[in-house]
Design a protein around this ligand. Sequence first.
Ligand code: NAD
Ligand code: MG
Length: 390
Amino acid sequence: MTQQITVLGATGSIGQQTLDVVARHPDRYRIFALTAATRWQRLAEQCLASGARYAAMTDPAAAELLRNHLQAAGSDTEVLAGEEALMALAAHEQADTVVAAIVGAAGVRPTLAAVEKGKRVLLANKEALVVTGSLFMDAVKRHGATLLPLDSEHNAIFQCLPEGGVDGGVERLLLTASGGPFRTFTSQQLAQVTPAMAVKHPNWDMGPKISVDSATLMNKGLEFIEACWLFDVTPEQIEVVVHPQSVVHSMVAYRDGSVLAQMGTPDMRTPIACGLSWPERVESGAQRLDFTRLAGLDFEAPDTARFPCLSLARAAMESGGTATAVLNAANEEAVAAFLAGKLDFMGIPAVVEQALERQAAPVCGDVDAVMEIDRQARGLAGRLIEERGC
Ligand code: NAD
Ligand code: MG
């Protein structure tokens, strides 16, 4: 039977690559719904190419433009608007699989809407899990959702784990990090990094927010938290290893000394295809790894003095409660300010650190309460950014 797929964040880097994989297998996958924030022209092209039954945009004005455009083109795609519409399409009974590829905490509610209907959820939107943590994982269990990680590291770990998860003799998880474009920069050089420099990643072609996160190593910090929740391990069971070539996508170390690695070229279509087809395997379109042409594989410890975001994320995870939601909210605000030229590069960890120090992070029993913490942390981060200036 064909799987009906909703892609949340269809116009982004992960969304587009998902559509690329889906289009290779019209016999297996059909696009049910596509959603995006504002880029209606891109969404229009995607609707026309995929024959999506529904499309939704958070921005009502963009949705109107999309609707007019699709009508003029004779398309049958029905266009909806607002966050509620995204949630409805994520939860729709005809959607079997939901690809969660919105960037940031904006993805929390639509992703949870899919989880709460017990869908097969392919998670790229790591921030949703970082923000809601145990609430998210409890909802997965309670509603019988199937959660498959698309983040390349977590997808690699997922593939290397034994069937029963970490209880099957696993000692630790080795999370690999490319080290980002400024891995060899001195502190003085890091202070001069501009947005244009930060959005260009050496190995991966990604959206602007995650590119900056990769440059500060906050991406690895968020992934560290994501791994704790996904695989039910303690912070002590995860080791971050810098591996500049991004060929080994992560590893699992076992009690007997064995280490299993998942490898491949750095192409997100591999974990996307894995998530779509699991436990089967389908063609992804990714270039194959040619071992005879690999110059070498290097590994080194991360430098948390030059890249403090990794330590901040670890500390937030260890302190518990909603500290990881505060970390994420402050980081999102700081990255947006950096991209807008209102904050210097090293201002990002500085703002996150101060937000964590100043904002209380209680344990919250529901998503509304966590989103209120997120809102407060954004307000605080905004004030800290203004104080620091640029
Ligand atoms: P992107 O910026 O390229 O795309 C983001 C998508 O989210 C777009 O479709 C946009 O319309 C939508 N969006 C943005 N704000 C929204 C809002 N407020 N409400 C609803 N939709 C909104 O981002 P990306 O690089 O594709 O990353 C998406 C997610 O996947 C992120 O959480 C990122 O960390 C994760 N991820 C990305 C990659 C990658 O290679 N790009 C790899 C691993 C994980
Ligand atoms: Mg990753």
